[in-house]
Design a protein around this ligand. Structure first.
Ligand code: ADP
Ligand code: MG
Length: 390
């Protein structure tokens, strides 16, 4: 659904739910990270893109004038309420904590939008690694901007949304998801420096290419310590190499210090240091529309995540193998796992006119090899959060 169709849809649903037309409509996109995995907490670069899948909210001031926000979601049975006259704290239902945290962030800044009736709908699949959570947070913040008529700086907005996820959803996420949802621009990727928080829009307007997102529909339950273990290994490696973070380390410096690292920790470091370089090179390649070289960087990223960082899984590897088999002649430039790993999605850079045939091929071969249906969708780089009405 286009954003226009989506806003027509939410207006109709709002009318059905609350018996009147909405005065405000805001939307924020999900995202896919094209390259730069496990680099964020190592002061590196990431290169995400906003996707044409959105969280959208319609709202109106309450009729009874009470300072209470009621939020209903088309995907949840229970409504969430927020009493703006009290200090806002986490509560139930759980999904309401993402918007709650954002209202709390505005409360801390002394901003009170007043009581609202809100309806939420999302075309970003929930819990698939495409960041429906950041879309929900950034959409909430954008809605509050619409209601108050006061825009806040988009970087501050992203940081406020990230804090909501930390403090209200207990997820210690980095800055990428909220930054791209708030700052994305149509026809551009966002090169984000996780050390300085500086951003650079990277134009990707060549209509001959598109990104394909392939959801493996698996999520392997881990003992839980994998993420913390990787982080600890990175810290150990940086300490032993005498650098503050991997950002200050070149591949040459890593080789010189190899003797100071265990074999596993060396491989973890090699992934991160290589990935930071690949991300910068990919941004250059995208700017120059050098699609074969961007594709090769994506394949290299995947191999490194699989072999050195060891966060892939059988299903992600199968998708990448199928993509490699289709090859450039079949329209695939590159493919890699995206997100934290152990399941979730792959992202592929493909020729736009081959999207249908590639989708079909990946779906049928993935099904044949795993018995699982993949969910596959294509997207061009979409715009960040917007006020549609208000
Ligand atoms: P991801 O961000 O990868 O989609 P998360 O687990 O971080 O996965 O966030 C998913 C959670 O965000 C959901 O379980 C739900 O609590 C909340 N959420 C996201 N979108 C919506 C929505 N449209 N309506 C209600 N809750 C939502
Ligand atoms: Mg999330």
């Amino acid at each position: 659904m286009t954003l226009k169709e989506l806003s027509a849809y939410i207006a109709v649903e709002f009318q059905k739910t609350y018996g009147r037309a909405p005065r405000f409509i805001a939307a924020a996109p999900g995202r896919v990270n094209v390259i730069g995995e496990h680099t964020d907490y190592n002061d590196g670069f990431v290169l995400p893109m906003a996707i044409e899948f959105y969280t959208i909210m319609a709202a109106d001031k309450r009729l009874d004038g009470a300072g209470v926000v009621t939020l209903r979601s088309t995907s949840q049975p229970d409504a969430a309420t927020i009493d703006l006259s009290q200090t806002i704290n986490p509560a139930t239902p759980k999904w309401g904590n993402y918007p709650r945290g954002v209202f709390a962030g505005f409360q801390a800044r002394g901003v009170n939008p007043g009581g609202l009736d809100v309806l939420v709908h999302s075309t970003v699949p929930l819990g698939s690694g495409l960041s429906s959570s950041a879309a929900l947070e950034v959409c909430t913040a954008t809605l509050i901007e619409a209601v108050t008529g006061k825009a806040i700086d988009p970087v501050e907005k992203a940081l406020l949304a990230q804090k909501a996820e930390h403090d209200f959803a207990n997820v210690p996420c980095g800055i990428m998801d909220q930054f791209i949802s708030a700052l994305g621009r149509e026809g551009h990727l966002l090169l984000l420096d996780c050390r300085t928080r500086q951003t650079e829009l990277v134009p990707m307007s060549d209509p001959s290419v598109a990104l394909l997102i392939i959801n493996t529909n698996v999520k392997h339950e881990l003992s839980g310590g994998e993420y913390a273990e990787r982080r600890a290994q990175c810290e150990e490696a940086a300490r032993n190499l005498g650098v503050k973070s991997f950002r200050d380390c070149t591949p040459e410096k890593l080789e010189q210090g190899r003797g100071k690292l265990s074999e596993v920790v060396y491989r973890r470091a090699r992934h991160v240091i290589g990935e930071i370089e690949r991300t910068v090179h990919a941004a250059e390649g995208i700017r120059a529309s050098s699609w074969p070289s961007v594709g090769n960087l994506m394949y290299a990223s995947h191999s490194s995540l699989r072999d050195d960082y060891e966060v892939s899984c059988k299903e992600l590897d199968i998708v990448v193998e199928i993509a490699e088999d289709i090859g450039r002649t079949g329209g695939v430039y590159g493919c890699r796992m995206t997100g934290g790993g152990f399941g979730g999605c792959c992202v592929a850079l493909v020729k736009a006119d081959a999207v249908a045939s590639i989708t079909q091929k990946i779906a049928s071969e993935y099904k044949a090899k795993t018995g699982i249906e993949a969910a596959i969708f294509s997207s061009r780089p979409a715009a960040g959060a917007t006020i549609i009405k208000g």
